[in-house]
Design a protein around this ligand. Structure first.
Ligand SMILES: [Fe+2]
Ligand SMILES: [Fe+2]
Length: 329
């Protein structure tokens, strides 16, 4: 049987449990938070005062902070790309609406609130150039992306396990920075988003865990493949208006490193957490090739830490069109 057919069989076999996993890891619409829970109520007479407070508190936060928050928001707003990508994975039945596609739809529905709340907040803050941000978002969705996972569920679930934890780290740090500057409302908002990301991370990790039990060698090879080529952030494909070839992602990434929201040491730490979570050292029943892949993976965090520690980040802020330096210092 071809590898592709085996993957399809594994996905079909696991599908019977996906409804239970949806209940375990996702929260029903009537119970989960909504963006308006963290934003001024536009039906209320106090709306303008609340907006004024947002604008005042926003003045306490520095240039690089806004750049990072904008980049995080744009990443969330490119959700149509991620949903269509996941819908196309082998075993996810869009037409017959199997439990895997139900997972993707329900996951998307939760994720959709993230970009929504951040977008409204940024708009009200008065600190950013919304039109430039909107253009970048439209470019990002229009350009699409290729994260090197093909339609392979194994590779895709490694990617999402990693990515959800990376977004957890990022939103959580932004929350902490906002809190330190006395901006409780923004802190709460980012904190609650990070909570969603953590649940999603656990879900995707469990998918991978279950695959490891059935098809250990191929799951190991997929993990190895993804880490060898490095996990590209969705925002990797960012560009600002007017750019054809862009350094926007590199500069965004430098900004996030400079203020400590997401660093190359975090990347290594996430890899390390995945290795521990999936108990890579204890997996049995591997073929020779997968044994080699395991060895590579076990040594990778140590190697990457040394590289990460040597990395130097430019000290000065890069001027994005998203945030006007005349408005935000
Ligand atoms: Fe998200
Ligand atoms: Fe997420």
């Amino acid at each position: 049987m071809s590898l592709k057919n085996i993957r399809l069989e594994v996905m079909q076999f696991l599908e019977k449990d996906v409804d239970t996993l949806i209940q375990k890891y996702l929260i029903p619409v009537e119970k989960i938070w909504q963006p308006t829970d963290f934003l001024p109520n536009s039906e209320s007479d106090t709306f303008f005062e609340e907006v004024k407070e947002i604008r005042e508190l926003s003045k306490e936060l520095p240039y690089d902070f806004w750049v990072v928050l904008v980049g995080d928001m744009i990443t969330e707003e490119a959700l149509p790309t991620y949903e269509s990508w996941l819908m196309d994975v082998e075993g996810v039945g869009q037409i017959e609406r199997n439990s895997w596609s139900k997972w993707v739809r329900h996951w998307t529905a939760e994720e959709n609130r993230h970009g929504d709340v951040l977008n409204k907040y940024l708009y009200l803050s008065g600190r950013v150039n919304m039109k430039e941000i909107e253009k970048t978002t439209q470019y990002l969705i229009a350009d699409g992306f290729d994260i090197g996972t093909d339609r392979d569920p194994y590779k895709n679930f490694v990617y999402t396990s990693f990515q959800e934890l990376a977004t957890y780290v990022s939103h959580n740090r932004v929350a902490k920075m906002a809190k330190d500057k006395g901006n409780k409302q923004l802190a709460k908002m980012c904190k609650i988003i990070s909570g969603d990301e953590m649940r999603h991370h656990h879900a995707y990790c469990e998918f991978v865990e279950r695959i490891f039990k059935i098809d250990p060698s191929q799951m190991m090879m997929a993990f190895h493949y993804m880490m060898k080529q490095k996990i590209a952030m969705p925002a990797h494909f960012l560009r600002e208006s007017g750019d054809k070839i862009s350094t926007a992602f590199e500069e965004f990434s430098n900004t996030a490193q400079r203020i400590g929201v997401y660093t190359s040491l975090d990347y290594v730490d996430i890899l390390d957490k995945l290795i521990k979570r999936w108990e890579i050292d204890k997996i049995t029943g591997l073929n020779d090739e997968a044994e080699k892949a395991r060895d590579y993976l076990m040594k990778l965090p140590g190697r990457m830490v040394r590289l990460a520690e040597r990395m130097r980040i430019p000290e000065n802020s890069f001027q994005f069109k998203w945030v006007n330096p005349a408005v935000v210092k």
